[in-house]
Ligand binder design. Sequence first.
Ligand code: NAD
Ligand code: TYD
Length: 350
Amino acid sequence: MKNLLVTGGCGFIGLNFIRYLFDETDFDGRIINFDALTYAANPMSLQDIATTYGDRYVFIKGDIQDRDAVASVFKTYAVDSVCHFAAESHVDRSIARPDEFIQTNIIGTYNLLQAARDQGDQLIRFHHISTDEVYGSLGAEGLFKETTSYKPNSPYSASKASSDHLVRAYNKTYGLPVTTSNCSNNYGPYQFPEKLIPLIMLNALNGQPLPIYGDGKQVRDWLYVRDHCTAIWSIMQNGNDGEVYNVGGRNEMQNINVVHLMCKALDEMADALPDGAPRDSLVIYVKDRPGHDRRYAIDCSKIERELGWAPKESFETGLAKTIHWYLDNAEWVRQVRTGDYQRWIEEHYA
Ligand code: NAD
Ligand code: TYD
């Protein structure tokens, strides 16, 4: 892999993946980061990478919905491998406004697959990043396996399921060398504060309400983002064409317990609130999300068995690292909270 196209590389997982490849692996090729810079993107988070790695890091502001722009980047940079993160990724936004989810997640993925196919034998790996949400919701027992049937419940998960089917079809029909990973909820450094953990983190630090949807007993399987990155790279190098790998953290937890753990850890690690109240007192129960999936949990034994990957972080260790990162990066937090990062994008990428 000499010319690796990373789509959505200015988003949370994509930028962690780019940092991981450059800083911690023997990858010696070039990364072309193609990102539309939506609200979820933060190219400032990669400024040090751009400076340090020079020609080996190329950023292109572009939209995967734009078929000509996608085709052009494949040709211009002789793309031989793809790691496809770009997506609209937040369930609540998909409920309010599904349109962008259809356009980006389905049509955008289709445009990438077509351009990848046009590369012919030059294209050696197309890795597609997907979610466990395509499998729907579990009851109290059981785990999602790669063979579990698809039952998406939100516009987000339905659009991701659709993209997964297209990726599979391009392997079966055209022999495109694809791999897909379906992972559970990620958390860690650089996550935009619309998802549960960074939203609770920033609100709890600032003494603002901590909203819990419904009864808070929904279960997610938490995966530290760096563990996810190691899994992706392992699949891209050693995964078999056409295969799907489930990636999870083996860290199931109810939302309300996640929030309690975070409050306790923040009370110990951060400055006390001005009134001295414990952060748990900020919890409020709010109206539930429509179609809210009750439980996700991943069986990741296939990737453990076949590729020798395993998550390194427990929820406690991953959460401590995450809290340290947010406390140590107050300027990043300020820019995201105030919207300054978007003003910076307008100045640099108008
Ligand atoms: P994110 O929302 O933080 O970032 C998405 C990135 O994609 C942004 O930089 C955005 O600008 C870019 N993007 C959006 N639309 C685009 C378009 N039309 N063209 C080009 N770029 C575009 O997302 P994330 O949390 O980093 O998730 C990355 C991938 O992982 C997504 O495919 C998501 O479905 C999947 N995933 C995420 C999680 C999670 O917990 N975050 C869990 C499972 C799967
Ligand atoms: P989220 O981070 O949006 O991820 P997903 O919906 O993809 O799992 O939400 C994680 C869980 O936390 C989910 O059950 C919804 C719940 N949640 C809250 O209770 N309050 C919140 O403010 C948010 C953002 C999520």
